[in-house]
Design a protein around this ligand. Structure first.
Ligand SMILES: [Fe+2]
Length: 274
């Protein structure tokens, strides 16, 4: 088996609680609800999630905790995300395998197994929709500020190799926005230039021009202020490596950011050869 589904997911604070979702973000939630049904059908052994809000400075962290249990109040927006309890199983063995693969690739990867570590909202929010019953083990990853896009891509390749050589089924969530030069006022779209860049990146992916998407990413990330410097997208490109059929589901704004929901399914032929 392999990565059975890749998901570019949104985590904007205003969708944390379903009852507070504004009209223009309803489709994000509807699409993530649909994806949750797909995940339920796949019955994956684990979900791997990289979050643009777990920003580590030097090391790539892998949360290998056997249980992720805590209460999140987001320090960026405690008025919107407060006292949100979560409790998901972990997968220590898989997490440690990923750490080992990173070390073999000569990357500074460190395991975190600490019951006092509290998840960020980039991890908690999409999982509330994608795995609403909290019944699938989760291994979550940081984005690393000292690592550029190329190193993050390489880390993605190392992770992809572990997951694709396993006899288990996995779902990979890339949690972050596209354009992300934030402004006050949740209803604001990205600028027309930023939207054009987002559209071009999505088009390259949809047309399977993954090399061009990768080539575009550094300048695009810079100009459009892509969330996390585009590291979640470098991870996506590294782990999936043009072996997947992309689907574009929706795009919505949040305070000048562009949030795309996309899924990536294995090609049928590849599935058959596994
Ligand atoms: Fe974010």
């Amino acid at each position: 088996m392999t990565i059975e589904l890749g998901i570019l997911a949104a985590h904007v604070p205003s969708i944390c609680h379903r009852e507070n979702v504004p009209d223009f973000q309803q489709d994000i939630v509807a699409k993530m609800d649909e994806i949750s049904k797909q995940i339920e059908e796949i019955k994956p052994d684990a979900v791997i999630l990289i979050s643009c809000h777990w920003q580590s400075t030097f090391h790539h962290y892998v949360d290998v905790s056997p249980r992720h249990n805590g209460i999140l109040t987001a320090f960026e927006c405690p008025d919107i995300i407060s006292d949100v309890a979560y409790d998901y199983p972990g997968d220590q063995q898989l997490g440690e395998e990923l750490v080992l693969a990173g070390k073999h690739a000569r990357l500074p990867v460190i395991a975190v197994n600490d019951p006092t570590y509290v998840w960020d909202y980039g991890t908690v929010v999409p999982l509330r929709y994608l795995v609403p019953n909290a019944d699938i083990p989760v291994v979550n990853l940081s984005i690393t500020m000292a690592a550029g896009l190329e190193e993050t891509y390489k880390w993605g390749q190392a992770i992809g190799e572990v997951l694709n050589n396993s006899d288990k089924k996995y779902v990979f969530v890339y949690s972050g926005a596209l354009a992300h030069n934030l402004v006050r006022g949740r209803h604001h779209m990205p600028t027309v230039s930023e939207q054009a860049l987002d559209k071009q990146f999505i088009d390259y992916i949809m047309n399977r021009n993954w090399d061009l998407a990768k080539e575009m990413l550094p300048q695009y990330a810079n100009v459009a202020g892509v969330e996390g410097g585009g590291r979640h997208l470098a991870m996506l490109l590294g782990t999936l490596e043009d072996r997947y059929k992309p689907s574009f589901l929706t795009y919505a704004q949040s305070s000048g950011s562009g949030n795309a929901i996309m899924t990536f399914e294995p090609e049928k032929a590849l599935q058959g050869s596994k």
